[in-house]
Every structure is written in C-alpha cells, then in structure tokens.
Design a protein around this ligand. Structure first.
Ligand SMILES: C[S@@+](CC[C@H](N)C(=O)[O-])C[C@H]1O[C@@H](n2cnc3c(N)ncnc32)[C@H](O)[C@@H]1O
Length: 496
C-alpha cells in the first residue's frame, strides 16, 4: 500500500479503494507489441477474428518486461499488456495495428496484492508513469530485481534507497503545445515513440505549482492570439513551456519555447502571467527553430527577472540556468550525493575530478572534504553556473572547465596528471573509451560512477573491471518513482 500524505490530488486508503471491476479503467495503456527476439518490434500474423475494434480476450499475467509491462501468453504468442501485474487476470483488447498486434487493458478481473491503491483525479495524470499501477513495495522489488540481474557479474547490489513520498517530486516540467482535431489548444506530453500530444493538465510526479502555471499559460493563449506551433506546417509560435522550481528556495523559472523570436505583446503577456502567478521569479523566451526532439534552442532572451533560479542542495546554494542540467528529484539527489561522497572516502588531501559535472553540484559538495576539485562539462551555460556556484559558496579549491570529458581526461593523462578520486556522472549514453582509458592511465584510487542508465553503466563497469578496478559497491537509488527508471551509484577501487 502506498504510504502517502494526502497532499493535493493523490488519494489513498480504503475510502478511495476502487472495486475490483473498476481497476482496468484508470489505465490508458500504451499500445504494446508482441514480444520476440529481434529489435523489439515484431511482425505477427493477425488473428482471424480481428477487426478494427479488435477482439476481447481474458488473459493471465506471468511476468513483467523491463518496461514494466505484463507478459501474457495468448494463442501461442507472447503479448505485453501495459498495466497488468503478475498473477492478475485481465480482460484485454487485442487488435492489429499495421504489422503489429497491439493490446489494451480493459479491466483487471483479479487484482494482485501488488496493485497500488491509488485514484487519479485528472485525465492522463499517469502518462509517462509506467509503474504507477504498482504499489511502492512492488516498484522497489521490480527495480531491485532489474539492478541485481544487470549487475550480477560485479557482485550483489545494496538495497535500493527509496523515497518516502514518491509523488510530485519533479522540479522540472516540460509540456508541449498543439491543436486537437477541433482546433482547440492542447498541451501535454508526447505519446511514446511519437509526436502525438497526449493532453494532460496534471501529472502525479510533476511539481503541482509548475503544472498550474502551464495551465494558466494555456488559458491565456487565446486572448493573446498566441498560436501553438505546428511541426508539419511550420506555422504557429509556442512549442513548449518549461517550468523549473527551486523546491527549497521557492524560486520559479518559466521558459516559453517558441519557433520565432518575434513575440508580439510580450510585455503584456509577461505582466498578465506575473499577475496570475506572483511566485514566478524569472521568465525567458527560448527560440527553437530545429526539427529534432531537443526542447530548447540556442537563442535565449530574459523577459523578466535574472534569467536563472537558485536552489539549495546538501547545504550549498546553486545557480541554475535554463539549459543547464539539474537533477530532477532533489529529495533523492541529496541521498544519492551523500552516498557518492561516502564512497569517495575523502580525507581533505585528495585531488578530485568531477567529470560531466553539470553546474558543479557533486564537485562543490565534495570540495569541502578534498584538497582540490577539477570539474569538466560540455554545456557552456552549466560551466558558467558551476564557476558562479563555486564563488557563491566560497569554495576556493574548485576549478571548472568547458569541454568534452573524454578529451579533457586524455589531455590530463598525457600531461602525466594524477587524480585520487574520479566522480563521473555521464548522460544516458554512458561514457566513452577516451574517458575510461584515461581513467585507467591516471590510476585514481577510487572511481565513483553515478548513472541514470544502469545498462550503459554496467557496460562501462565491465571495461574498468577488466582494466585494474574492482567494483566494490553498487547502490541503486529510486530517483524516478512511478517510472521504470532507476539511478545507480557504483564504487570502483583500484587493485594493487
Ligand atoms: C547526468 S548529467 C550530470 C550532471 C551533474 N553531475 C549533476 O549531478 O547534476 C550529465 C552531464 O554531462 C554533460 N555532458 C554530456 N556529454 C558530455 C561530454 N561529452 N563531456 C562532458 N560533459 C558532458 C551534460 O551536459 C550534463 O550536464
């Protein structure tokens, strides 16, 4: 059962417990594909009975995929059903979509004890939350099992660090704008693997104030004659709105991402938005003319305030720009960083590298216990923030450099420079050979590897384990409750 404070819309407890018959209805299950061995997309024969609306079948779930979808056997085929849990029997729609068989959970006939006792208040509030139908205990078990299996070659991982109130934790919301078939303005998240917008007002993991602000902007658009951008025609103005909240400071940044810098009536728009939400501390216009999936473009203009927000993490104050990376769950980040610093066993003398350092959070927190800190980061704005953050917190032993972490480390290694501890926190794609081979050359005693993608982390651990390092500890942290994602912090120690 979810241990929840009754904060906002999340309801739990007997009062809100749905009857068994109701269970399936809360899931807007994404289409899932038949499982097989190649590429995840599998051509199958269409069942003869199938028509456009599909057929209904009763199935029993025997396990879960790594994406948290229920696995069922049906007429000799393995199907994946979003929202169905192991042991549960459910009624599903099975229908053909192109070359694939899609499924949709209609209702759960026999719910599992692992099912969350949770009622959603807003349409599509659970979009993007692949595991919200599982209770906390089941989510933790699911993530632990995933990490245990993945990291088996390196030893037994520690029990996952969980979150006490696993809702509304995100400090950053991004919503995309468009028109529906009735040409009404909608905003929401893209459906999986598509650019179709699923309209939503709230999410069970978003900051509630951030969602409110985005709805206010949506409501203002008509009177300001602001059209959402249309990717197909290239017409329209507003593409996305990004809201970032300093959960401790209370500062709020709103970024209007537009297709053009020509923002007619911007002063009145800003005035009206600030009137509706005096808690907003800065507003920016970001111009993105690209056609890829990046939310933010390069051009940026501050419309109100200082253009950045401040937040407090592990007792230090951090300046955060719109384009800089900042961990999205500050409650769990403090636990993650505490673990990472503990793993480093700093004594006050060490030379520490903070690679992929973002705005310098880990390096600056470590600098209190280290001889000196050298940070490297690709994103210029983040490096500027890191330098500012170093001064702001009075850290005199930290230096930050802009560049590719692999190239930077290669140069350090070529100059014969040494480090005692390397913190590395690369993006989802993981690190690269230039970086890892330089670590091996520089021979730090300890490498603390933080990752939001344990699959690429396991790949990189394998490289280091083959080249003189022993994996001593693996600590999963639930940084992304309700979703399938999990953060993992691993300690490698140099063998003699
Ligand atoms: C997962 S974030 C970690 C940031 C920081 N350590 C933190 O905890 O907030 C990864 C960071 O790596 C940066 N990055 C991506 N590719 C990089 C590269 N090749 N070299 C250096 N930094 C890179 C990104 O801009 C991002 O700030």
């Amino acid at each position: 059962m979810n241990k929840q404070k009754n904060n906002g819309n999340i309801k739990s407890g007997k009062k809100h417990h749905k009857s068994k018959k109701q269970y399936g209805k809360q899931h807007s299950a994404q289409a899932s594909r038949t499982s097989g061995k190649s590429k995840g997309k599998h051509r199958t024969d269409t069942p003869r009975q199938s028509n456009q609306r599909g057929i209904t079948a009763e199935v029993t779930c025997t396990g879960l995929t790594n994406e948290g979808k229920g696995i069922v056997q049906w007429k000799g085929k393995q199907l994946e059903i979003a929202g169905l849990l192991p042991g549960e029997t459910g009624e599903v729609n099975i229908f053909k979509k192109g070359r694939f068989i899609d499924t949709k959970l209609k209702r759960v006939i026999k719910p599992s004890e692992d099912r969350a006792n949770l009622t959603l208040s807003f349409p599509n509030e659970g979009v993007g939350c692949h595991l919200y139908h599982m209770n906390e205990h089941a989510q933790n078990r699911f993530k632990q099992k995933f990490i245990d299996e993945l990291m088996k070659p390196f030893g037994k991982p520690e029990p996952i660090i969980t979150m006490e109130f696993p809702f509304y934790y995100r400090n950053k919301n991004v919503m995309t704008f468009g028109l529906n078939k009735k040409r009404q303005i909608i905003c929401g998240l893209y459906a999986e693997n598509s650019h179709q917008i699923i309209p939503m007002e709230r999410s069970i993991i978003h900051d509630q104030k951030a969602d409110e602000i985005i709805q206010t902007i949506k409501g203002m658009m008509k009177s300001f004659k602001m059209q959402p951008y249309n990717e197909d025609t290239g017409r329209g103005f507003l593409r996305h709105v990004l809201v970032r909240v300093g959960k401790k400071s209370g500062e709020i940044m709103v970024v209007l991402v537009a297709a053009s810098p020509m923002f007619k009536g911007k002063n009145n728009f800003v005035k009206a938005l600030r009137k509706a939400h005096p808690e907003i501390t800065t507003i920016l216009l970001n111009v993105n003319k690209r056609n890829d999936s990046m939310v933010l473009g390069n051009q940026e203009k501050v419309l109100f305030g200082k253009g950045t927000i401040t937040d407090t993490l592990c007792g230090l104050k951090f300046n955060i720009s719109a384009k800089s990376f900042y961990q999205i769950n500050p409650v769990q980040t403090e636990k993650l960083y505490a673990k990472a610093i503990e793993m480093a066993e700093l004594t006050g003398k060490e030379t520490v590298v903070d690679a992929y350092c973002g705005i310098g959070t880990i390096g600056l927190i470590a600098s209190k216990k280290a001889g000196k800190v050298i940070g490297v980061e690709l994103n210029k704005d983040a490096v500027r923030d890191a330098i500012h953050n170093s001064k702001r917190n009075g850290m005199k032993n930290a230096r930050f450099y802009q560049g590719d972490a692999g190239e930077f480390m290669m140069q350090m290694a070529a100059r014969g420079e040494k480090a005692d501890v390397v913190f590395m926190d690369p993006p989802r794609s993981g690190s690269d050979e230039a970086f890892l081979s330089s670590v091996v050359k520089m021979q730090p005693n300890r490498v603390v590897y933080i990752s939001c993608n344990p699959v690429t982390q396991a790949r990189d651990l394998k490289y280091l384990a083959k080249n003189g390092y022993a994996v001593e500890s693996i600590q999963p942290v639930d940084m992304f409750p309700q979703t399938v994602h999990v953060e993992c912090c691993s300690l490698l120690v140099r063998k003699n």
